[in-house]
Design a protein around this ligand. Sequence first.
Ligand code: SAH
Length: 405
Amino acid sequence: MRVHLTATAAAAVRRGHPWVYRDGIASAGGHPGHRGARAPRPAAAATAASGEVVDLSAEGAPFLGRGLWDEGSPIAVRVFQRAQAPLDERAIAGRLERAFALRDGWFAGRDTTAYRLCNGEGDRVPSLVIDRYDRAAVVRLDGGALAPWLDRLLPHLARALGARGVRSIGLRAQGDAEGKKLAHLHGPPLPERLFVREMGVAMEVDLARGQKTGAFLDQRDNRARVRALAAGRRRVLNLFSYAGGFSVAAALGGAGRVTSVDSASAAHANAQRTFRENGVDPAAHEFVTADVFDFLEKARARGDRYDLVISDPPSFAPSERAKPRALGAYRRLHTAVARVLEPGGVLCAASCSSHITAEDFLATLDDATLERDDLRVRAIHGQPEDHPTLPAWWEGRYLKFVVLE
Ligand code: SAH
């Protein structure tokens, strides 16, 4: 099918933005390269099936690029290339091999067995995310564009990943009756839980029921930073602690006592097994199952103060529309956090919403919000190299990790 874009959408594609939204389509129809192609139809009448290769055109540009159609998502086309070269499984397999080879280099000698093998758009394979957890790999598809390709891509994946020691491949799916969100694609059955290594630290990952594809791999470098920041800190508070990644980092870094707060008790069970696996006695630390806002209110009232606080909440702004409310929520959270931060303490505040820019986020950490003027922005970090983005794909740069001291 040929898809004719509006001027705005065409300009985005030229910049290398990998998404065409439905309202970026001026008209669609006909088969590219097919003599006697049918006349274009209005976008609403476009009838391609998900996964179909579409050619993009625009005013003055008979061929603008090539991508895959997605019937069911607000993103109608995932743009794979500007070149007129074939877009087939060999082309995709070639890009995957490149992505995997880069990781071989990036993670060589780092005692790390869990990382993102392919970051979709950022690795020029739009909508395909693959995370490695030691001998298992978990595939996640965003939208439906690549779903019909999966069977054809699987032999390539099995070969390329098998050569790197990955035995089993699973697919992140909707939860079943038992809450399991993992479907088997290839190899021996995937373990429900396993230990991986992250820069020398053991970490238990819940592949079957965990968040994301099992763990928050995007915080790897920030966990290492917390480990360094924790040296000599008496009391550390990890808010929204999930499986305790920042908590164990702080404990191994030399923190006296680490308090982890999360509303999910199953996450604390993960965290405690991770502590033990690293030779740290969880009994010397504190795991609180509670709402973070309630916890902070009570901690302040008790007069509890912390030398290092990490706050990494779930995305408060899933959409542009949710942004004003999200900024309000970050402000309330940061005001409450600042009240339990010891003078001289360090605050690490994270946001994983792409709709919140770094400047937006910093505004929720300003003096008025924190009700104090003794802190400075020591560093602003983002996501690690295995979560690459494209210059034009700003949506891919979602993670902010601000260190105030
Ligand atoms: N910092 C973690 C990831 C956090 S994910 C890491 O690096 O691995 C967000 C976590 O916040 C989830 O575990 C979820 O259970 C928890 N959560 C969400 N809302 C909460 C709330 N209001 N109070 C406490 N925990 C909450």
